[in-house]
Design a protein around this ligand. Structure first.
Ligand code: GLU
Length: 288
């Protein structure tokens, strides 16, 4: 059996907080306990929200936490052609359609319909552009209208032709229910890819066998399983851990500046104290 590969894949749209530290430490310890490999990947596909400063600060925080990871770190912004190629594969299968809708078009359409099916991320895309005729589509593309590419989920499910499953150590065996996300955006208008596509492609390319991440991404996995099946990638095992909350029971967010690792460090917290708070075995760690 090959060795287990885990990863921590932050988006450098802000600084790490305690919740990220818990996730990164859990993935790292899992790799150490199983004699596996631990990778760090910087998910910086969105140039308007990601910065190099945040990425550098994240790596510094991870080293401070006592983690070690394989080099080189993969920066998604340097591999956009991999995601374009994967979108091309889906497109060749006839599973993507251009979507010209703006956010407000979608909201208007949903309002007019009176009632829209809801998924885990709010109302589902009502399928406006999926219903365009071939001539309308060609005409709109010819005008150079900006467009995203969406997955035609019904077609994708029909092509796969079988139920998809995944194993989740925290939640047990799962059957994929991609209808919770509907016709998801696979390539955004502005960046030509999406979180969902890039994460699935990279986990496949990097041979990630075990994904340790927060429960907030649990529902995205329904779609990730579909993308894995369509792209011929293996299904990793998932470990969607509960999210840390503050004293009022609210999820920690990047905007809570007081809880960033940086500010806690500055206030005198040591990495060892944090690891002890999380109840992690000390012998895996090196002091930065
Ligand atoms: N980049 C994502 C985030 O920071 C996490 C991706 C993942 O673990 O699959 O929320």
């Amino acid at each position: 059996m090959g060795s287990l590969v885990t990863r921590f894949a932050p988006s450098p749209t802000g600084q790490l907080h305690k919740g990220h530290a818990f996730s990164a430490l859990s993935a790292f310890c899992f790799a150490c306990e199983t004699n596996g490999r631990f990778l760090v990947r910087i998910e910086d596909i969105d140039p308007t929200r990601s910065t190099r400063e945040n990425a550098d600060c994240i790596l510094e925080d991870l080293a401070w936490l006592g983690l070690r990871w394989e080099q080189p770190v993969r920066y998604q912004s340097e591999h956009l052609s991999d995601y374009t190629a994967a979108a091309g594969q889906l497109s060749e299968l006839g599973l993507l359609y251009p979507c010209f809708c703006t956010r407000s078009d979608i909201l208007r359409e949903i309002e007019q319909a009176g009632q829209a099916p809801h998924g885990s991320e709010g109302p589902l895309y009502p399928g406006t552009c999926r219903r365009l005729s071939e001539d309308e589509r060609i005409a709109r593309l010819a005008t150079g209208s900006p467009h995203a590419l969406r997955l035609d989920l019904e077609k994708a499910v029909a092509l796969i032709g079988a139920e998809l499953h995944w194993q989740d150590t925290f939640h047990g065996p799962q059957i994929a229910r991609p209808e919770l996300l509907g016709d998801a955006v696979i390539a955004r208008k502005d960046i030509g890819t999406s979180y969902h596509l890039a994460v699935v492609v990279d986990d496949g390319l990097q041979g990630v066998t075990d994904i340790v991440r927060g429960e907030d991404l649990f529902d995205a996995t329904h779609l990730h399983r579909v993308l894995q099946a369509l792209l011929g990638l293996p299904a990793p095992t998932y470990h969607h851990h509960p999210l840390l909350t503050d004293s009022q029971g609210h999820r920690l967010a990047k905007r809570d500046r007081a809880l960033t690792l940086r500010s806690m460090r500055e206030a005198g917290l040591t990495a060892k104290e944090l690891r002890t708070e999380f109840n992690l075995p000390e012998f895996f760690f090196v002091e930065a």
